[in-house]
Design a protein around this ligand. Structure first.
Ligand SMILES: Cc1cc2nc3c(=O)[nH]c(=O)nc-3n(C[C@H](O)[C@H](O)[C@H](O)COP(=O)(O)O)c2cc1C
Length: 392
């Protein structure tokens, strides 16, 4: 490898992270840390600001983009850096990172990719560069995504954009899977402020009205229970659980079961994939955790589009990121709750009920989330940015 083909992430604090080009096969770049177990699964959160020292503006922005919200934290993005177009990122879906049972048409995965694009755009704008986004330049893959690009991102020169204040919330943005403070109602004005960051073709909805909140909560909770009781759907989650710090470090994606009080149980063999199956103690703990959590919900927000289609899904991801950032800036927490929006047969009933409740005009509900106040939660793990980039 020649030095000119090696892009070193020299940023202070970024350690030995490097973005290496690919061999002829175009395989994903490997992480520079030789021992994955020594990797800090949360390091990408520190590396994003530290990447400001990287010479390539695309890598500076992508270091933020990998922190985007996405279903089951699958991190389905693959960013190609074409040598022939140094101002361009070709974004593709890593097709192995989809959720075929609960997301049979890759709708949620596309929303996550839309959030990635938007965070990339914000990070570039922060240093004055506009990013022009061309969605699905080779056509919209249907009914599932394929190898064609999801988007082309073309980076403009310095001075082509101004920063968006929402970006300041990016380091603290979370999906807060916690009970919300029922003694602290959400003001209608706070809802309106979230709605103000959503744009065409996406429509914002939200409610703090107790009757409506109760109706949505009922449908959401029943659909959550159906997913948990549907073997293939539940297994899709269980198979993506990472247990204990070592498990999370080896695969910093999916559902991370780690942290204080859990490490001991994992080490003792008490918290395993098997215990998460129906009837097992882990399954019971999961239900016991989610029952009060979903009950402690003072408000909901949702995003609608007039119809489906990949463009609408990418736009929903863009605006979900914006709502999540605006909520963070306002001290509010959000928690997406997708079970009633999913397209697998067992949840067809709640799907219809939720659409009747939120979109009586026939629109598609792309996102639904709990909204409220909760103590700060830690970030979720991420693969290092260099594992998600290929030079081509
Ligand atoms: C399209 C989409 C659907 C999601 N659905 C759910 C969900 O049903 N339940 C849930 O707990 N989190 C859901 N999430 C949140 C993700 O789990 C979360 O973004 C991911 O774990 C990364 O965590 P972070 O957002 O805190 O960075 C969803 C996120 C997206 C973008």
């Amino acid at each position: 490898m020649t030095p000119s083909r090696r892009l070193l992430l020299r940023a202070a604090g970024a350690g030995a992270l490097s973005v290496l080009p690919l061999g002829r096969g175009g395989q994903v770049v490997r992480a520079a840390t030789p021992d994955p177990l020594a990797r800090d699964p949360l390091a990408p959160w520190a590396n994003a600001p530290a990447a400001a020292a990287h010479p390539d503006p695309r890598i500076r922005a992508l270091s933020w983009a990998v922190l985007a919200p996405n279903p089951h934290n699958r991190q389905p993005w693959l960013a190609e850096l074409p040598a022939a177009a140094p101002d361009t990122v070709v974004l593709r879906c890593d097709l192995d990172r989809r959720l075929p049972v609960t997301d049979p048409f890759d709708r949620q995965i596309t929303i996550g990719l839309g959030a990635f694009v938007e965070l990339c755009r914000h990070a570039a704008a922060e240093e004055g560069r506009a990013v022009t986004v061309t969605p699905f330049p080779e056509g919209e893959p249907q009914p599932r995504l394929d190898g064609r690009p999801v988007a082309l991102l073309r980076f403009g020169p310095p001075g082509s954009a101004t920063s968006d204040p929402l970006f300041r919330a990016a380091p603290a943005r979370r999906s807060a899977k916690r009970p919300y403070d029922m003694a602290r109602p959400v003001a209608p004005e706070a809802l309106a402020a979230l709605g103000a960051v959503v744009g065409d073709p996406v429509r914002f909805g939200g409610t703090v009205a107790p009757d409506r909140v109760a109706r949505i909560r009922d449908i959401a909770w029943r659909s959550w229970q159906i997913e948990a009781a549907t073997e293939a759907a539940h297994l899709e989650s269980v198979n993506r659980m990472r247990f204990g710090r070592a498990g999370v470090a080896a695969s910093p994606d999916g559902i991370s079961v780690w942290g204080p009080g859990i490490e001991e149980g994992v080490a003792a063999g008490q918290i395993t994939r098997e215990t998460m199956l129906p009837g097992g103690p882990g399954y019971r703990v999961m239900v016991e955790r989610y029952t009060p959590m979903l009950a402690a919900t003072p408000a909901y927000v949702w995003l609608l589009t007039a119809g489906g289609g990949r463009g609408a899904e990418l736009a929903a991801g863009r605006d979900w990121l914006r709502v999540n950032l605006a909520a963070t800036a306002a001290g509010l927490s959000v928690h997406p709750l997708s079970q009633a929006l999913q397209e697998f047969p067992e949840v067809a009933g709640p799907y219809a009920e939720m659409h009747a409740a939120l979109a009586p005009d026939g629109a598609k509900v792309q996102m639904l989330a709990r909204l409220g106040y909760a103590p700060a939660v830690p970030p979720t793990p991420r693969w290092p940015v260099d594992t998600r980039i290929r030079a081509v």
